[in-house]
Ligand binder design. Structure first.
Ligand SMILES: Cc1cc2nc3c(=O)[nH]c(=O)nc-3n(C[C@H](O)[C@H](O)[C@H](O)COP(=O)(O)OP(=O)(O)OC[C@H]3O[C@@H](n4cnc5c(N)ncnc54)[C@H](O)[C@@H]3O)c2cc1C
Length: 644
């Protein structure tokens, strides 16, 4: 798809350039007095939280932003493979795949030894992320990703819409109420930010609050959560431009190091003409902030032109630009519980996204780490609010995501050191050059982290069973399920199994059969299914509310090696009767595809088979042998609440 030929136009890329309009500012509607979950901020973290909760009609959610309407321009541009997978869980991946610019190569340019004033191509490599996911890494306007999340919210059963032009000015937590699940311990006070309502104050009471209000988070400040780490001392410029150039690699991601003028990273963008430039600017003196530099877009262009020498850079339009500081900072904790507080305390207020981790944008991790923060928290909050899970589940959010944020900060520090070249402020030491070989090695080593696919949660009661990892070596416990295809028995359709794990709050059990015939009542697979279906102590029986569909809390799928199966010969539970008519569900049983065999691809033990338990956020919670009925019970009993 090509767009922006005659100038950058924000909005829905499905609409042609000539007709595309920016998203309108929505009308102002009064804030509700009381909600279950109050979300502050409509960045990727806030919208993912809202999108997830919009699926639940019994949860009252409110999302608020001080901006007058949806984001139109700029900011994060990279959509990692993992973010694509999450968008698939929201049924919105097709559009992202279609509209993104897909990065396939990286080039490295350095000063030409023969003529160091000029830059010269040193090498071109394939993007290291190939093959890590069925999705590829892509580049698209952050605003467009927001729009897909907003559309999903509006189309959902709750028709959730954000409230704009509201600035959170105060957030208080009544500590005497935090352990009462029915109470509303949060009081948030907002000031209207639009002209018509200027000065008007509104108050909302909430059972939980999620602060996704960016790097200067008011929610974080209200909880006195300190930020640990370095503040910035270097300014970088970022701009999205429409340009003409004789630089040959303008449609490939390029790291360009000049001899005397610093470095530029260029990233081609969606639509075929637009390009993102990250330009290394000057060091900031002691106590100097980026706002004191008075840098303009013309300074960015002039600097980039010098670095590009001998190639020309003719900038026709700057669609968006910004100056930012490089500083890596991490919140001491991700919820309102003070460090060292009792393990029993239920958290009621959370921070996510840039509100709890800030870093440079070069690795493309801002959006791609913020969005999975709330993808981790959303289902947990829903399960607790719906009385399905014990509130202690909420404590795992901070433990799991802070570890990821720490890895992000460490990786960003390393990449910033590798990409930046100039010595520290006031130091007149000789300028160094970027070691592009080191950047390349970093990219290879960190490809799983950069793509988000190797993000792994701690061993805990919701990531357990490491002793059984050998039963399916390609499904890493703690990491997201690495999808692979299998053929649906009922209709022969090929299906990505990972795409069955939608963001609907349900747990999934995938049974991978052994060599025994699953139609035989004595086989381990049949016995396991029969246990789920008929044993009163099985998690399906215990945790599914009476009268609800059998897969409404735990959704079970089976994959078999045998190729001659018919649904009607299999256990009833695998094609259950559901809904008001008791219609049979024929989409739960698969067989391995010859030549594309999931047992080979994910190294599943053919002779033993296994059970893979997948969390509602697609991470693998456990792997068990087919005979481990007791262990399966114990797994869910730790945090689920029995439904009477
Ligand atoms: C100017 C800028 C440029 C950036 N450039 C890049 C880039 O080039 N590449 C890259 O990868 N990343 C970039 N980022 C970072 C990237 O956009 C973030 O990492 C990502 O958006 C984080 O998402 P988030 O949802 O946590 O927070 P944000 O996207 O920052 O969203 C926070 C939201 O909260 C709202 N808000 C804040 N305070 C209040 C309040 N008191 N009351 C109500 N609402 C409030 C804000 O209006 C905002 O909409 C940039 C960020 C900014 C701000």
């Amino acid at each position: 798809m090509q767009y922006h030929l005659n100038g950058f136009k924000p909005g829905n890329y499905q609409v042609p350039d000539e007709a595309r309009k920016p998203y309108p500012e929505p009308p102002i509607v009064d804030l509700p007095n009381e909600v279950d979950v109050l979300i502050i901020g409509t960045g990727p973290a806030g919208l993912t939280m809202a999108r997830q909760l919009s699926e639940f009609p019994d949860i009252k959610t409110c999302i608020v932003d001080m901006a007058p309407g949806p984001l139109l321009f700029g900011r994060a541009d990279g959509i990692s493979c993992r973010t694509m997978e999450i968008m698939e869980a929201f049924n919105s991946s097709e559009m992202v795949v279609k509209e993104t610019y897909q990065l396939k190569q990286n080039t490295f340019w350095e000063p030409d030894e023969a003529n160091p004033e000029n830059i010269k191509l040193t090498h071109k490599i394939a993007d290291a992320r190939a093959g890590l996911s069925e999705f590829v890494h892509g580049i698209v306007n952050q605003a467009r990703l927001h729009e897909l999340l907003l559309d999903g919210m509006e189309r959902s059963v709750t028709h959730l819409l954000p409230h704009y032009s509201r600035e959170l000015i105060e957030m208080k937590i009544d500590d005497s109420l935090t352990q009462d699940l029915d109470a509303y311990p949060i009081t948030a006070t907002f000031k209207r930010a639009d002209e018509a309502g200027a000065g008007k104050i509104e108050t909302v009471k909430a059972r939980y609050i999620v602060g996704t209000d960016g790097a200067r988070s008011n929610v974080r400040r209200s909880m006195n959560i300190p930020l640990e780490g370095d503040s910035a001392n270097k300014a970088w410029g970022v701009m999205d431009i429409l340009l003409n150039t004789d630089f040959p690699d303008i449609r490939v991601k390029s790291f360009i190091q000049s001899k005397d003028h610093g470095a530029v990273m260029t990233i081609p963008r969606e639509g075929g003409y637009l390009c993102r430039f990250y330009v290394e600017m000057d060091l900031l003196g002691k106590d100097k902030r980026v706002k004191d530099t008075n840098l303009t877009e013309q300074d960015l262009i002039a600097k980039a032109q010098k670095i590009f020498h001998p190639y020309t850079l003719d900038v026709k339009e700057v669609a968006w630009w910004s100056i930012y500081e490089v500083g890596q900072r991490l919140a001491e904790r991700f919820d309102n519980r003070p460090v060292g507080s009792s393990e029993d305390i239920i958290p009621r207020a959370f921070v996510a996204g840039d509100a709890c981790h800030t870093h440079s944008p070069k690795g493309g991790w801002g959006l791609n780490t913020s969005l999975p923060d709330t993808f981790n928290l959303g289902w947990k909050l829903a399960a607790v609010l719906q009385g399905k899970s014990h509130p202690k589940l909420l404590r795992t959010y901070g433990t799991e995501r802070r570890k990821v944020a720490q890895q992000l900060i460490d990786a960003d520090r390393e990449l910033s050191r590798l990409v930046a070249t100039r010595p520290t402020a006031g130091n007149d030491a000789k300028q160094s050059t970027v070691d592009t070989a080191k950047i390349e090695a970093f990219m290879k080593r960190q490809s799983g982290f950069v793509s988000g696919t190797s993000i792994e949660y701690f061993p805990s009661y919701i990531c357990t069973g490491q002793e059984n990892q050998h039963l399916a070596k390609g499904f890493h416990i703690g990491q997201r399920i690495h999808s692979a295809e299998a053929t649906r028995v009922a209709d022969g359709r090929s299906q990505h199994l990972g795409h069955l794990v939608k963001a609907d709050g349900r747990w999934r059990i995938f049974l991978f059969g052994d060599t025994q015939d699953p139609r035989e009542p004595s086989s381990a697979a049949y016995q396991f299914i029969d246990f789920l279906a008929n044993d009163e102590s099985s998690p399906v029986q215990k945790y599914t509310p009476k009268g609800a569909d059998v897969d409404s809390v735990i959704d079970t799928y089976a994959v078999f090696q045998q190729q001659d199966l018919s649904m009607h010969d299999l256990h009833d539970f695998l094609w259950p009767a559901k809904g008001k008519y008791g219609l049979r569900d024929y989409e739960k049983v698969f067989q391995a595809e010859p030549g594309n065999d999931i047992y080979d691809l994910r190294e599943i033990d053919r002779s033993a088979g296994c059970i893979v338990i997948v969390r509602p956020d697609q991470h693998i919670a456990s792997i068990l042998p087919l005979t481990a009925h007791e262990e399966l019970k114990q797994f869910f009993d730790v945090f689920m609440i029995e439904q009477k």
